[in-house]
Each structure stands twice: as structure tokens, then as C-alpha cells.
Design a binder for this molecule. Structure first.
Ligand SMILES: [Zn+2]
Length: 199
């Protein structure tokens, strides 16, 4: 079963292990191996020599694309920045908490509209759709299942996303639709505990 995850771009060729230079083109190959989505980044020479022939015929092949390697910046600029839709999406994916599944999907759709993420592939697994997004600047790949939102759930999820955008993940934000009712204390405990259950 494909879960949501982030697969970062490698900093070296998977085949020959030569580190990628800044702005060097590389090839990404996505495939399913033992029900896991596996990403391989290889240099052009290795692609031409070992991968290009019959890449699409490989077992589990999903997608292939060419990217340009960007050397990571010296200091992470995110540290001083306010949360953005992208940083929240990354945090949600790290948390892997089912209550944020729909929010992650909505954020990915928002980021795609802003051209911050690109859809690279769309898979079908166990009857559900899974979207593979790429962040072209970092080369990170996000795997996000379609939560198959019903129209009547959309508003609650949009409220959840708005709250996340405003407050980040620090304050728990659970719109009404997601709040489970508080547990009722057992009746027996209230009554003293010695009563027979009524028929
Ligand atoms: Zn190589």
C-alpha cells in the first residue's frame, strides 16, 4: 500500500556514486518495488549506459523525468521564514497523522496551482488514486493519496488548512467535523460499580 511520503533527490548518482555538480542534469526513475515507491536518481552517462534501454519495460515502472541538480544552499532559509503552504505540507507529511491526510492533499493542490509543485505521475493502487508531485527546486518527490473528499467534507478541510496556515502545527487545530466526542464515563463507575447491567 502506497502511503504518503517524501523522497528527496539524491546528491550522487545511484549507479556510479559520482556526486552531482550544481546544475548537472540527472534522470529520475520511479518504480514500485515490493509495494514501495522507489526513486532512483542517476547521472546522464549511467542513464544512457544502463537505464535508457527498456526503462519503461522495467517491472513496476511508473515514471521517468530529467531534472537539473541544484546544490543545496549553505544555510536553510526556511529557519527564519514564516510557515508557508509548502513548509506546512512537509510537516504534515512528517507527522503522517491520518487526521491531516485531506489537508495535505488540499495543500498539494494549492501548491500545484501556484506552480510550486508539479504532478509527475498519477497511480492507481487498491482502487485509489495516488499523486506523485515534485518540487522542482529541491527535487523532492511527494507521494499523496487522493482522500476522495466528498463535497460536504470540503469546507471542514478548507477550514483546517486555513487554521494550519495561520497558526502552523503548534496549536492543535481540529475543525468540528474531525473532533470526536469526549468519552462518556462508564455508567457503572458513576453509580458505584455494583449494579447488574440492565437487560
Ligand atoms: Zn552515474
Amino acid at each position: 500500500m502506497t502511503d504518503w511520503n517524501i523522497q528527496s533527490r539524491a546528491h550522487a548518482c545511484r549507479a556510479c556514486e559520482a556526486p552531482f555538480a550544481n546544475q548537472q542534469p540527472y534522470h529520475t526513475l520511479l518504480a514500485f518495488e515490493r509495494h514501495e515507491l522507489v526513486r532512483q536518481d542517476v547521472c546522464e552517462a549511467c542513464w544512457a549506459a544502463q537505464f535508457s534501454e527498456g526503462a519503461k519495460d522495467r517491472k513496476g515502472f511508473i515514471s521517468h523525468w530529467v531534472g537539473e541538480y541544484q546544490a543545496p544552499p549553505a544555510a536553510p532559509p526556511e529557519a527564519i521564514q514564516k510557515d508557508t503552504a509548502e513548509s506546512i505540507l512537509r510537516k504534515l507529511m512528517e507527522k503522517n497523522d491520518p487526521q491531516y491526510r485531506a489537508a495535505a492533499y488540499i495543500l498539494a493542490v494549492m501548491l500545484e496551482r501556484k506552480k510550486i509543485l508539479k504532478v509527475k505521475a498519477q497511480l492507481r493502487e487498491n482502487g485509489g488514486r495516488v499523486f506523485v508531485y515534485e518540487q522542482p527546486k529541491t527535487g523532492d518527490v511527494f507521494t499523496i493519496p487522493d482522500p476522495e473528499l466528498q463535497l460536504n467534507q470540503l469546507e471542514a478541510v478548507q477550514r483546517q488548512v486555513a487554521a494550519l496556515m495561520e497558526h502552523g502545527l503548534e496549536t492543535p487545530v481540529e475543525p468540528a467535523a474531525y473532533i470526536t466526542p469526549p468519552e462518556q464515563p462508564p455508567v457503572a463507575a458513576l453509580a458505584g460499580g455494583n449494579e447488574e447491567p440492565a437487560n
